[in-house]
Design a protein around this ligand. Structure first.
Ligand SMILES: C[S@@+](CC[C@H](N)C(=O)[O-])C[C@H]1O[C@@H](n2cnc3c(N)ncnc32)[C@H](O)[C@@H]1O
Length: 300
């Protein structure tokens, strides 16, 4: 079997090769959270480019489907799989916006790496719905989030926040768009959701919990590029609050109150807290609720 390290480089530019910290993170997340050994998993790699992630998982014995919209990319992925004599990985040329369970079945892990932020609105939400539709357990998203100014994007009864990002010149011909092998397929602009809106979208499409991943580390990753793991299971009922599993969940807030930050982390807060606690001890107030030991002892 040919080793991945001895195979020919796909292209000279460094960003065409998945850097090992990124690969390490994704493999570790799936190994830790998918709930089965890698060799027993069925994995879907969406917008798989030249198949680096798909092939890595196939080398672990997983059964993998890679979907990619660009013919040139998928041709390289297939060549590499052939070189490595991998028979458990299949590459399909298709637009990920057409993903459907009826065609591909269900997957233990769905990889959405570097694709969500290439889709426009509301396609990004429809795409997440489709991801949820084929996901039987875990979805891993590696995506840009918007950290700057944002605006509302309405989708039915839900409002998300984000901003547009230019993918291609609106005047670019189809052939020019095809040549931008890392960009969106055809849409001239895409939308980058805020972190909170991405989390809310994951709730809306049926995931039951979601986590941001910083370990294994990827020190070179831009600050606005993040890895998230979302799990699809059943909403857990609370035994102490019957019926709560049927309640509609709150939204993840776009902004959190700075007043709460001041409570414990503002400059000088600890000194002020110490002073107030000492005053309270010396001259206890009847019915004190604000600064008494009990209230300071709890973060509210
Ligand atoms: C930034 S690259 C990410 C590649 C790979 N998943 C990774 O993380 O290294 C984006 C990939 O998405 C593909 N792509 C963009 N829009 C697509 C779509 N609508 N359907 C299928 N593939 C698409 C591009 O051709 C490109 O290979």
């Amino acid at each position: 079997m040919t080793s991945l390290r001895t195979g020919p480089p796909t292209r000279a530019r460094a960003r065409d090769t998945v850097q090992s910290p990124a690969l390490r993170r994704i493999v570790q997340v799936v190994a830790d959270l998918a709930g089965k050994p890698l060799a027993e998993l069925r994995i879907l790699d969406l917008a798989c480019f030249e198949g680096q992630y798909a092939i890595e998982f196939a080398l672990h014995g997983a059964q993998v489907v890679g979907i990619e919209g660009r013919e040139a990319n998928i041709a390289k992925a297939r060549d590499r799989a052939t070189q490595l004599e991998l028979d458990r990985v299949e590459f399909v040329q298709e637009d990920v916006r057409n993903l459907r369970r009826g065609r591909y079945g269900g997957f233990d892990a769905v990889l959405c790496l570097g694709i969500l932020y290439h889709l426009d609105f509301p396609d990004a939400i429809r795409f997440l719905e489709r991801v949820s539709g084929v996901c039987d357990r875990l979805a891993v998203l590696d995506t840009h989030i918007n950290l700057g100014l944002s605006r509302d994007f309405r989708d039915g009864r839900h409002v998300y926040r984000g901003r547009h990002y230019i993918e291609h010149s609106v005047r670019a011909e189809a052939s020019e768009r095809e040549q931008s092998r890392w960009a969106s397929l055809d849409n001239a602009r895409s939308v980058w959701l805020t972190r909170a809106s991405l989390m809310n979208a994951l709730i809306d499409v049926g995931f039951t919990s979601a986590y941001e991943c910083d370990v294994p580390p990827e020190p070179a990753k831009p600050f606005d590029r993040r890895t998230f793991a979302a799990v699809k299971a059943s909403r857990a009922a609370l035994r102490s609050t019957p019926g709560s599993d049927l309640d509609e969940w709150e939204r993840v807030p776009e902004h959190r109150s700075r007043a709460r930050l001041l409570r414990n982390h503002g400059p000088g807060t600890n000194q002020l807290k110490q002073l107030l606690l000492d005053v309270e001890r010396l001259w206890p107030r009847r019915g004190s609720a604000g600064y008494g030991p009990r209230s300071w002892g709890h973060r509210r």
